[in-house]
Write a protein of this length. Structure first.
Lengths: 368, 701
């Protein structure tokens, strides 16, 4: 512990992850610089600043012992759920759908926080559940309730993408808890059978999005425009791209939302397949790091939380990339740390903060 | 069976260790999922960016680049000396592109202000916009002045959807004189576009040939469009201009026509409804193909107004008909030279005389001659246009021997000319009559046909060819596009036989013939010719073909060639209802020949004539159009209606047209001969120019 010139606190940081994050965030800044037509404003500079602040926040969070997160999981979940209900009520009163609470200094979007706390709460629930009860109803219904209630609330907002991610987070923890596979297979089968019913409950615009996803060329100038233009941007980039600052789809405004949800298309047009592979590999490595943290974690809570949060981050990336490549409906999930916009980055950094804390915790245990 | 067992499995007791093992396995599965999804995403991206790269690169490019078609400049049409007959002038226009029109009302309001449009114009544009497909430009104004064009161009950024552009407009310096020959150009119709799907056709300002040579020479004249690339944003904002590929102008079409003579002829025909054709006796090239009154191809090419169109439609001189090729007339005495050649071919001695005592008796009927000519040989019979001689001699050999010669000289024939339509008329014979009417050919049919009445119908172009073939002794075929031609074959007549006929035609003008007043006022150049007067309908009561209602008057015809000794030019002039060949047609031929040898002299004569007519063609047409416009103005129209003129005359015109259409095949053929000069024989009623020939008639051979 005494070798080298690097102080111990710095040495203890998970440098492999931080390097990956800095690479992703830095690349995001570079892309946003181009998306603004070669300008730091309005996106690149604020993105870089926000990224740094959140990264510092995540590092600070890593100093908080894992037990704190375990203990705060349930109260935290309750608080966020109340906020979610509050948003719903305010939205109902003001007569429109609303997703955020204006706290004066920040617009808080509780559904984003829910992605994190649902994982923590479900993991906490299973960590407290005696091993013997895993194969009983007691192991299932509270967990289903834990993600089911916020899922329903978010769906009401309506925000299909976020709702699905909350549900996915909860289900991932249940899966990791060792609930029999046949339950998942069975539920999936029932879910698939119920898909038309679910579809009929969707809002008109959601239904439209799904239909357009299935056949984007049908409405190439209307709602299918996003997907069509995104595919054109990615496809026209080729292997090496058109060169930095040379993207036409983004610079001539053919690509909508080129700095937020469709930032990957902006990147792909200029950096080509190579840039795309770099981003995909980087996120796979972040996910791998998270799963490694899970495998090394010493507590059941830590293991499940780490694995599920790693998956949550990966869900973001998966849904976003499937969407921009025309393999999923347009659901409004950004690419974390690359897309401009603070909320998704905040959520992902919170997840990473918890992950780093678990990693630190496991190293202490084993290292000492 | 325990349902819980079914759900949760047999082994319901799980230990910590087992749980840990399950977790590791499942976490490993999730890790695999991550890698799997990563591979899927990478694969999908590779598919888009590598396999489908070409397709998407093209789409990105077509997004980025807005290709604007530059219509090619249309090839010129020039005359035999390179003088332009149809050329291009720069003009400016403004269009609206419905697709890009975000705020129609705001744009129209501003545009109306900038361009000083009248409310009527704005209404028209609005109506057009409603009908237009999104990509199809809606014209706001064509041929605007440069200041307005510049004013609109400066404001295009504020008025999305407004497209000012520079274009070329067709210009015909000779105006109406070349109308029927050259035709005109116009915007492609929706049908044209449906057929070809060529985006050039819907490019603002692009015009295609609609009639005449403009239509038939379209392929040569059109050229290849250029393209102007501009980089545009998704909102249509121009970023920068990209490379421009210039257009390939259409090729020049050089005609055999003499533009000067064509223009002169158009003016010389004056107030008459008539046509004139002049042919180069050495080659067969058409020097002039004139039909008047005509339309001004300039105003047609700019889009003709409704009033002007109605004016043309309702004119009883039928300005929309190319009478030189589509007008069919009984040729009257102008076919006597052909009959004379047939007589010579069948062994008639040109010196043999027939005594003319004023008519020819066939059975109980007398076919009259113009006068009492006394003893007539062939030359004199031509000179005096003696019917008796031709009745007698024609009957001797029979019309079935004359018809082949008439056909050989070009009558009843359709020629290979690049013009949209030709009518070829009738040269009858016994087989034709048998087929058509299931009747035997009668002796009186022979008499009528020999002097160019009865069933015979010819076009002015055919008469000109006949004259050119007699003059040259060659099987000349007419042509319009300048270029090398095969030398024409000789006619199967001896030079002596041809000379008899030429002598007779020489005497018509320069001897004691029917057209002595049209002798050329030139030193050492003589014109030979043959007059003809064709009856329009049976003579009833006091109505004679020489007076009365214009449309019942006789047609005047004249065929000619000059100079007599070594013919260079030959042609025909037909003046509808001109009352006589010598009186109406021959003077026009005289003027045309004078023009070819002494333009100054001919122009001097024309200027004097035009002073009497009220100005030249274009001046008169402009005045007439103005009068029509005034008459169509609601206020003046009411006034006119009160005076009972407008509506009445319109009704009258309609009935007249119907009457014309009613007149079909020749009737009343055996009626008494006319006492009028040159028109003895069968009065016919089938000379009107707008009656299509019955289908069976005169199939070209």
């Amino acid at each position: 512990m005494t070798d080298g010139f690097v102080p111990a606190p710095l040495k203890q940081l998970p440098w492999r992850l931080l390097f990956l994050l800095l690479a992703i965030g830095g690349f995001g800044t570079i892309i946003l610089f181009s998306a603004a037509g070669g300008s730091l404003t309005p996106w690149a500079a604020s993105h870089a600043v926000r990224f740094c602040i959140f990264l510092v926040m995540a590092i600070v969070m890593s100093r908080i012992p894992e037990e704190y997160y375990a203990r705060l999981a349930m109260p935290g979940y309750a608080a966020v759920l109340i906020l979610l209900i509050a948003v719903e009520l305010i939205g109902g009163i003001s007569g429109g759908s609303q997703r955020w609470l204006d706290l004066g200094f920040i617009r808080l979007q509780p559904s984003e926080l829910m992605k994190l706390v649902v994982v923590l709460a479900t993991a906490r629930f299973y960590s407290m559940l005696p091993a013997g009860q895993v194969r009983t109803w007691t192991a299932i219904w509270p967990a289903v309730l834990l993600f089911g209630v916020p899922f329903a609330l978010v769906l009401l907002q309506p925000d299909l993408g976020t709702g699905l991610m909350i549900a996915a987070g909860g289900v991932t923890v249940i899966f990791l808890a060792g609930i029999p596979l046949r339950l998942f297979v069975g539920t999936a089968a029932i879910g698939a059978a119920a898909l038309p019913v679910v579809f009929s409950f969707l809002h008109d615009y959601q239904q439209k999005r799904v239909l357009i996803f299935l056949n984007p060329e049908e409405d190439a100038l209307g709602a299918g425009y996003h997907i069509t233009q995104s595919k054109i941007a990615i496809g026209s980039g080729g292997i090496f791209g058109k060169g930095y600052l040379n993207g036409t789809q983004s610079h001539l405004d053919y690509l909508p939302e080129g700095h937020t949800d469709f930032v990957f298309a902006t990147m792909a047009e200029e950096w080509g397949l190579l840039g795309g592979l770099a981003i995909i590999v980087a996120f796979v490595m972040v996910g791998r790091w998270g799963l490694q943290v899970a495998s090394r974690a010493t507590t059941r809570f830590g293991r499940m939380t780490a694995a599920a949060l790693s998956m949550t981050i990966f869900y973001y990336v998966t849904i976003n990339l499937l969407m921009v490549m025309g393999m999923a409906p347009v659901v409004g999930i950004p690419l974390p740390m690359v897309s401009h916009g603070g909320t998704a980055m905040l959520t992902v950094m919170l997840c990473l903060g918890v992950l780093m804390s678990i990693e630190r915790h496991s190293r202490r245990r084993t290292g000492l | 069976m325990d349902p819980l067992k079914l759900l949760f499995g047999a082994n319901r007791q799980v230990t910590e260790a087992q749980q840990q093992f399950t977790f590791s396995r499942r976490a490993f599965f999730l890790g695999g999922t991550q890698v799997g999804i990563g591979v899927l995403l990478a694969g999908r991206m590779a598919w888009l960016a590598v396999a489908e790269n070409e397709k998407y690169a093209l789409l990105a490019e077509s997004n980025r680049v807005n290709l604007q078609i530059i219509p090619p400049r249309r090839g010129w049409i020039v005359d035999r000396n390179g003088r332009p007959i149809a050329l291009n002038r720069t003009a400016f226009r403004v269009d609206l592109i419905p697709d890009r029109l975000a705020d129609k009302d705001a744009v129209l309001t501003e545009l109306a202000q900038v361009m000083r449009l009248t409310p009527i114009d704005v209404e028209r544009v609005r109506a057009d916009l409603k009908k237009a497909a999104g990509f199809q430009p809606v014209p706001v104004a064509e041929n605007i002045d440069w200041e307005t064009f510049a004013a609109v161009s400066l404001r295009t950024a504020e008025m999305p959807g407004v497209a000012p552009s520079e274009f070329f407009t067709r210009y015909y310096p000779e105006g109406a004189s070349v109308g029927h020959l050259i035709g005109y150009v116009g915007a492609a119709s929706a049908k044209d576009y449906e057929e070809k799907r060529d985006p050039l056709l819907i490019t603002p300002g692009f015009k295609i040939g609609k009639d005449g040579l403009e239509k038939t020479q379209e392929v040569t004249l059109r050229g290849l469009p250029g393209a102007k690339g501009t980089e545009v944003t998704a909102r249509g904002k121009l970023v920068r201009d990209l490379a421009t590929r210039p257009d390939m102008p259409g090729k020049t079409v050089k005609l055999t026509v003499d533009a000067g003579l064509q223009a002169y002829t158009g003016r010389r025909l004056g107030l008459e409804s008539g046509s004139a054709v002049v042919i180069d006796c050495e080659t067969g090239g058409i020097l002039t193909l004139s039909s008047m009154p005509s339309f001004d191809p300039n105003s047609f090419s700019d889009g003709i107004g409704r009033i002007e169109w109605r004016m043309l439609q309702e004119d009883d001189h039928i300005p929309m008909l190319n009478k030189a090729m589509q007008g069919l007339y009984p040729p009257g005495s102008t076919v006597k030279p052909a009959a004379a050649l047939a007589l010579l071919q069948n062994g008639v001695d040109p010196e043999e005389t027939v005594y003319c005592n004023g008519g020819y008796t066939l059975g109980s009927r007398t076919f009259r001659c113009l006068g009492h000519h006394g003893p007539m040989n062939m030359r004199n019979a031509l000179m005096k246009s003696c019917n008796t001689y031709f009745y007698s001699m024609g009957r001797r050999i029979g019309y079935d021997r004359i018809a082949p010669v008439a056909k050989m000289l070009g009558l009843g024939k359709e020629f290979d000319l690049p013009m949209p339509s030709q009518r070829y008329g009738t040269v009858p014979d016994s087989a034709w009559k048998r087929k058509k009417f299931d009747q035997d050919w009668s002796q009186s049919d022979t008499l009528n046909a020999t002097i160019g009445q009865g069933y015979v119908l010819t076009s002015p172009l055919q008469l000109a060819i006949m004259s050119a073939r007699i003059a040259s002794g060659k099987m000349l075929d007419p042509y319009l596009i300048h270029g090398q031609r095969k030398p024409a074959a000789r006619l199967p007549f001896s030079e002596e036989q041809l000379q008899v006929v030429r002598d007779g035609m020489d005497l018509v003008v320069n001897g004691a013939g029917t057209a002595v007043r049209s002798r050329l006022p030139l030193e050492g150049i003589r014109m030979a010719g043959k007059t003809g007067t064709a009856q329009v309908r049976a003579i009833k009561g006091g109505q004679r073909g020489q007076s009365g209602n214009w449309k019942y008057r006789d047609h005047g015809l004249f065929v000619f060639f000059a100079p007599v000794e070594k013919p260079r030019y030959a042609g025909a002039v037909v003046i509808e209802h001109g009352m006589g060949g010598a009186r109406a047609a021959a003077p026009v031929a005289k003027s045309m020949m004078t023009y070819l040898y002494d333009p100054a002299k001919a122009m001097e004569e024309l200027t004097a004539l035009e002073a009497g007519w009220g100005g030249d063609v274009n001046t008169r047409m402009a005045r007439k159009a103005a009068a029509w416009k005034a008459a169509s103005d609601p206020k003046t129209a009411v006034q006119a209606a009160a005076e009972g003129s407008v509506e009445d005359s319109e009704i009258k015109k309609t009935t007249e047209i119907e009457e014309r259409l009613d007149t079909g095949a020749p009737v009343n053929r055996d009626a008494a001969a006319s006492p009028e000069p040159e028109t003895a024989g069968a009065p016919v009623s089938s000379s009107t120019t707008n009656v299509p020939p019955p289908p069976a008639e005169g199939s070209p051979q």
